[in-house]
Design a protein around this ligand. Sequence first.
Ligand code: ADP
Ligand code: MG
Length: 730
Amino acid sequence: MDLSSPIEKVPRIGPTLQKRFKKLGIKTIKDLIYHFPQRYEDFSNFSKINSLIPKTNVSIRGKILEIKSSLAWRKRMTLTKAIIGDKSGAVKIVWFGKPYITDNLQIGDEVFMTGKVSQGKKGLYLNNPSYEKITESGSPFDSKIIGLMPIYPETEKLSSKWLRGIIRQVLAISKNNLQEILPESFLKEFNLLPLPKAIWQIHFPDSLESAEKSRKRFALEELFLIETFVLKERIKLLQTKAHQIPMDVPLIKRFVESLAFKLTNAQRKSAWQILKDLEKSHPTNRLLEGEVGSGKTVVATIAALNTAKAGFQVAIMAPTEILTKQHFKEVAKMLFKFKLTIALLTGKEDKIMAKKLKGEMIEASRKKILEKCIKGEIDILIGTHALIQDKVKFKNLGLVIIDEQHRFGIEQRARLCRGSGGQANEIPHLLSMTATPIPRSLALTIYGDLDLSIIDELPVGRRKIITKVVQPKGRQKVYDFIKNQIDLGKQAFIICPRIESQTTTYKIQSGWKDVKTVSEETERLSKEIFPDLKIAMLHGRMKPKEKEKIMSAFAKGYGGSSEALREGGRDFLARDKKNKIDILVATSVIEVGIDVPNASVMVIESADRFGLAQLHQLRGRVGRSSNQSYCFLFTDSSSQKTKQRLEAILKSVDGFELAEKDLEIRGPGEFGGKKQWGIPDLAMASLKNFALVEKVKQSAKAILEKDPHLKQQPLLKQGLKKFQEKVHFE
Ligand code: ADP
Ligand code: MG
């Protein structure tokens, strides 16, 4: 069967299953056979039942002597108990929340079980073991002895057992269509298994080594595709041209002197690197990384000023309307004396600050702004996605600045770059900014030879956010503290890891048992804890418009200007009590976002569920003014790993260091990479190995040098294209 065929072509997959598969992102046969096991369980080494040792993982083989399901825990959960016996003895088995087990297993069945031995009051038992029935015709595997059992990342209703069966069936009918996309030389160099063998062995391995070898193959395949893609982009970039924008040193000096603060060294260095970029005749692609509050905007403004004064236009784009407005206000304020025309284009609110108007901001129609933009009369255009609409055309766009660019697709970026006047192969310089601390290793891998500027120091005078890890018994004290802060005119964030609760079964199985959810927590807080305060809720499933509304209401909070609030000013006394939001209960959607200088408390529920870099980002939402701010990390986990991780947060204020540490402690799979960049799991896992990454890069380079357009490698070319569509490298 053709690998691109939809899964509904498989006989046993009906509409319900299709839906479940869709949730896993599995749409085609290929997706299905590339749905790899997470781990394997070893059924090959059996223990005698009379010699089980508590707290060890064991496999046993025996006959089911008893089996029964009943409802437990106020009838919310199925409890299945069984007894299995071999020649040496018998042992109790317990499963929670798996009602279907009694459909699969009956008294008299021969089974393999593997799981952990627990010590109960009445003796030993196996807790939630995996099992495999031994049928008349032998084991469900080819091999005579049962060996390694693949365990897939499961969703609620697709068991590993079932997946295993279906993948086996699908592989059998499609194995002739597996096409190797990796070049022969690459396979040889890294001693990789050929595709058909690797696919088979990753699902049904003969040994753990063999499974490992298959995983390595796929990890390297992904890495190779990433590197090839990145290199190709790089080559493309070198073939295009850009306007050369000379550095105007006196101008920059004047600007820097006009600022109310002194630039940090990191800001100076980054600005210098960017200005150097602009002088080049091919378009640069630089990422400016600096955590929240590190002052990226002023660095970007320097680049914008230099470009605009050299006679080229600048486009600045941000992911949300609020952020865009914030940029407009700030950039316009900083460039006030420099006689430039700066416009805001959001789709809803359009404004202009023109030279002629002596720095005054006025409303302007969208039409007018667009007209002026084509004529080149607008020096700096700041906007949201509205900017990439076809109607927006520039006369001579020299520089594009994108804030938090991983929110923009590659397509969108291309559209923004197009439309500038000049030759066909001329594109503007690109500066992207992000507050996500991407470890350098990761950045270099996913961006290849991208130029990186890092602002790794905060402006002086920022107060350190007081961070505390809070165990359940400290909860009330924190609530009292929040109440106090709000009485002082401040606001608070409360972050929960989930939006809504899952079914109980899922909660238990996945270990998300006591995790707070935004909806439940909002209700609980407004009813039980803070009945007098105004509490709002924000999460990713809300419509963007709704989110913006809540966020901007929260940001406004009080009548005062954000500058005044930043200085801890007194405007809050004039606050409009009726319309103010005191507490915002949210998911991590607020991670990248708006500046709310008046918020002084950040509470993170189930803090152990978040990555360190993410916790750090969330913490960065407060402490944006000269007011003392606080961050409380709630956890009820007492595990060593949690302790170690949360302590790292207490100690470090360096987002990069934390990101690296996270990579170390939790491994890259947990790191934001997948979510933000769509990097496949296996490749993520190999990113830690710099030497390997480098070797793969060199290999990709060699192949591209010989065959830049991959003419001799049509399958690779095709594979690369598909890969690109799946992964967004922004
Ligand atoms: P981010 O990097 O999160 O985008 P911003 O550019 O918004 O940070 O800067 C945060 C605040 O810090 C702004 O109010 C800005 O004016 C101020 N700021 C930037 N650089 C400095 C500096 N060197 N010293 C003092 N304040 C600064
Ligand atoms: Mg910013």
